[in-house]
Design a protein. Structure first.
Length: 434
């Protein structure tokens, strides 16, 4: 039986004369995959694309455009990071200051944790993000105090010795937001607006409070039983880890802060983009991809998926702010990068066919010393990647290359008795057949 799968149809060879190949690609996935959101692409300070696809509000039949305001999830962290660095630039704090400088009554093992360790996700503080109740930005400090008191009464302890291990923590960035408030004397968003958004004229960037009226605010969607559904969960609990809304218009303005002295001087920008453990800098992941330095970050929250990519030396900037959480912005930016750098063979979402018996050769147990074991298993006509209790269908994009059916930016390339697991935002890892 022939295995046939359509990640989605991509017809670059028949691109219309009025659109670029990238626009044709985005139009196709909006039609076939129900991608919905806004996309901006800038190359060498020239805006190639800045437009919307799909709808900002399906109930009211409102189309997305460059003004559409979307939840950006963890892209918020880069604004928190530069906010802290701005205070450092103003001599209001040092990134090596301990938490005890800003919080009066901390658990003992939290007291010597530094701002830098929070910024790089190496503090070891447990991720208490889920323990924060949904409150407006001006009341979040009370939620933080509640968590601190809870840790004192029933200590979980640190996950690791501060500075020694990378563990992504939303709550660590929540603490950074409170530090901004303590030092500036303003609430988190008011400070960012005054120090960052107003100077850059980012007038479509807001704190995500569902109670206030925000012009051009989109609705968030996901698939339910194969149909598009409104993700009705609305809360303002993201704070400095994931609480901002923005548009692609403003993302293009944000680019000015990344390569000029508009907000902080070059020395501090270099600090922000200096990779620490696991290639994470200060609110950014920094990688070398195909010989090019790339800064990037993903964002995901109810109804939304976002990603920003910036190649500083090639001056390539991509922002995808999606309002359908099940169409991952990471896979879209991967494909846009492949088109920009003329690597169409690296696009992760092509249709391809492989006979099911031919896929049986990939079955087996693979592993390496760092990551442990993985299994590749054929069940009927479907091939699966298995990691412990996690199981993902993988689908072919070439004779020996597969992508995850749901997370299309993840690729597995088989060669002899090995496979390489990679994404456009994570360094490749090699697994050997056992």
């Amino acid at each position: 039986m022939k295995y046939s799968v359509l990640c989605f149809l991509l017809i670059l060879t028949h691109a219309s004369k009025s659109q670029s190949p990238i626009e044709d690609y985005l139009s196709e996935i909006a039609t076939i995959q129900s991608f919905s959101g806004s996309v901006a692409v800038s190359i060498k300070n020239k805006i190639l694309i800045n437009k919307g696809f799909g709808k900002a509000d399906y109930e009211q039949n409102v189309l997305n455009n460059s003004n559409s305001v979307h939840r950006i999830g963890s892209l918020t962290k880069q604004f928190t990071s530069i906010g802290v660095l701005k205070l450092f630039d103003d001599n209001s704090l040092s990134i090596n200051d301990p938490l005890s400088n800003f919080f009066s009554d901390l658990p003992k093992d939290w007291q010597k944790i530094t701002i830098h360790q929070l910024l790089t996700h190496t503090s070891g503080v447990p991720n208490y993000f889920g323990d924060l109740d949904a409150v407006p930005v001006e009341d979040t400090y009370m939620e933080i105090e509640k968590v601190i008191e809870m840790e004192k009464q029933d200590p979980r302890g640190l996950n690791n010795e501060p500075g020694k291990e990378y563990r992504y923590s939303n709550f660590g960035y929540v603490l950074l937001g409170r530090i901004i408030e303590v030092v500036s004397g303003e609430n988190y968003f008011d400070y960012l607006k005054e120090a960052i958004f107003d100077p850059l004229e980012m007038d479509q960037t807001f704190y995500d409070d569902p109670r206030i009226i925000i012009t051009d605010r989109s609705e968030g969607y996901k698939f339910s039983n194969g149909k598009l559904a409104n993700d009705a969960l609305k809360d303002p609990a993201g704070y400095s880890a994931g609480g901002l809304l923005s548009s692609t218009n403003d993302m293009l303005k944000w680019l000015d802060a990344l390569n000029t002295d508009a907000i902080i001087k070059e020395e501090l920008r270099e600090t922000m983009f200096d990779p620490f453990l696991d290639n994470y800098g200060l609110g950014w992941q920094i990688l070398e991809k195909d010989g090019r330095i790339m800064y990037n970050h993903n964002g995901g929250t109810h109804g939304y998926s976002s990603r920003i990519v910036y190649y500083p030396y090639e001056d390539v900037f991509i922002a995808v702010l999606g309002n359908n959480e099940d169409v991952r912005s990471a896979s879209i930016t991967c494909d846009i990068e492949a088109l920009i750098f003329e690597k169409e063979d690296a696009i992760v979402s092509l249709a391809y066919e492989i006979e099911a018996p031919a896929m049986k050769e990939f079955e087996g147990t693979y592993g390496n010393a760092l990551d442990g074991k993985r299994s590749i298993q054929l069940e009927g006509d479907l091939l699966y990647y298995i990691n412990g209790e996690s199981k993902f269908e993988i689908i072919p994009i070439a004779d020996n290359v597969f992508c995850f059916s749901k997370y299309k930016e993840f690729r597995i390339e088989f060669s002899d008795d090995t496979f390489v697991l990679s994404t456009c935002s994570v360094n490749p890892r090699v697994f050997n057949r056992e």
